[in-house]
Design a protein around this ligand. Structure first.
Ligand code: PA5
Length: 446
């Protein structure tokens, strides 16, 4: 199996009988997800997506990716939350966090519209100034402020560079099939469009056009990704908990949560996993954090963060558990050189590989944290490649859906995301928000 869950370090914290006790509720939650008869059931299209995906659109994604690769140096992906995290996570996981700096025959890929920062936007515009550029705006609703602003800015850049006709060849739009204004606008302008399926929410959408177009532009093999997701789907939707890492992960998280372990730290030892952790944080945070419930998802990259957060994890409040991500095989390796002067006294490591040193750091840390009262689980992944990415995405999504139902929440809505948006619109003077604006200004001026 490409992804496995090792729970041997939970022994001091969770008894076998507890897994048995939760099993009826666990299987009921999994059935609810598979039968699509629970809360938010309109958004469970991702469960069967690895077989049910639109094959005609999939072929167009590949064709557009080839066209983009040939016609630009810089590909700007505009989106926020579920409309960008998955693609960025995939490119960093499969290629590298340094993808843009690497020697390659594919365009640099930058992400915009996930911030309102003027500096970040200006810096990217500067990068694009003397380059050939294509853009992909991704917004299911088509109305999210951050990407909508960025789309205006980068569309203007493209139109100035290439004119309205040229822009048709360089602007790609991924949005709702018919709802919202973005689809109508794209059709009117003659831009190529892709669909965010009605029954798949943003944070579950990486294996749709949302993620697949940018991922394919980076040169990653999306066929292999879909194959990994398909294999994971077959396993996760049918195997019993003893052989099913998604069910086991959902169960143990819930058991730990009921014991007061309300923060989960996803700990990886590869910087290429950092954006995957960001994607995971959105997936679990938005799916579970509601109705006054939910595990707070946090993430670290070790050993880097052992020098910043290690102290807290070892000795701070004991409301934490850790899920450690490991890989069976390193993609590449580097040896520690011999130094005749041995000033750092590290010659005992000469000839050893960095993957070996990293593994010992990881093993030593797990034991130290378990001794410090932090339950640890290990998610092991075969290697960093497209197949394993697809497999891992499906594993996390399936476990998340089951986890949400086990917690008694709707894992597929995000009503809380609206609160800041309404305040921001009111403060910015959006028509229709006048009364709200007066109330907010009064509170701010107090
Ligand atoms: O998970 C979600 O649904 C959200 O995080 C959205 O992805 C995010 O708000 C962006 O929305 P949209 O794609 O409509 O611009």
């Amino acid at each position: 199996m490409a992804v496995t869950l090792n729970t041997k370090y939970l022994g001091d914290f969770v008894g076998d009988h507890e897994l048995k006790a939760i099993s009826p509720a666990l299987y009921a939650a999994a059935d609810t997800l598979k039968n699509a008869d629970g809360l938010g059931n309109d958004f469970t299209g991702w469960v069967k997506h690895p077989v049910n995906y639109d094959k005609e659109e999939y072929a167009r994604i590949k064709a557009s990716a080839e066209k983009i690769k040939k016609s630009c140096d810089v590909f700007v992906v505009i989106g926020i939350g579920g409309s960008y995290l998955g693609a960025r996570a995939a490119i960093e996981f499969v290629k590298s966090p340094l993808y843009n700096n690497m020697k390659k025959d594919t365009p640099d890929v930058y992400f915009a519209g996930n911030t309102i920062s003027p500096s970040a936007t200006a810096e990217l515009l500067e990068i694009c100034k003397d380059k050939d550029v294509c853009i992909n705006v991704i917004s299911k609703s088509g109305t999210t402020t951050e990407p909508a602003i960025a789309f205006r800015i980068f569309r203007e850049l493209i139109e100035k560079k290439y004119g309205a006709e040229g822009a048709k060849e360089r602007i790609f739009v991924t949005t709702d099939k018919c709802r919202g204004t973005l689809k109508a606008f794209a059709d009117e302008k003659g831009y190529e469009t892709f669909v965010v399926p009605d029954d798949i929410g943003g944070r579950y959408s990486v294996l749709t056009a949302v993620g697949l177009l940018p991922i394919a532009v980076s040169g990653a093999d999306i066929d292999e990704m879909m194959r990994g997701a398909n294999d994971a789907m077959e396993k996760m939707t049918s195997a019993p908990v003893e052989e099913n890492p998604a069910l086991a992960y959902a169960a143990y998280r819930n058991i730990l949560y009921r014991k007061g372990k309300t923060t989960e730290i996803l700990a990886a030892y590869e910087p290429s996993f950092a954006m995957m952790s960001e994607w995971w944080k959105q997936l679990y945070g938005e799916s579970e954090g509601k109705d006054g419930k939910g595990i707070f998802p946090a993430s670290v990259i070790f050993s880097t963060d052992l020098h910043s957060l290690g102290q807290y994890i070892q000795m701070g409040m004991r409301n934490l558990f850790e899920t450690v991500v490991t890989f069976s095989e390193p993609n590449v390796d580097v040896e520690v050189p011999y130094d005749p002067a041995n000033v750092d006294t590290l010659n005992f490591l000469a000839g050893k590989t960095l993957s070996y040193v990293n593994e010992m750091a990881q093993k030593g840390t797990i034991l130290a944290h378990v001794d410090g009262g932090v339950p640890n689980m290990i998610i092991n992944i075969d290697k960093r490649d497209e197949y394993n990415f697809g497999y891992l995405v499906y594993f996390y999504e399936y476990a998340c859906g089951v986890s949400g139902y086990l917690l008694g929440v709707n894992p597929f809505d995000q009503p809380g995301v609206e609160a800041y948006k309404k305040n921001m619109f009111a403060l910015l003077g959006k028509p229709g928000y006048e009364e709200m604006r007066a109330g907010l200004i009064e509170r701010l001026d107090k």
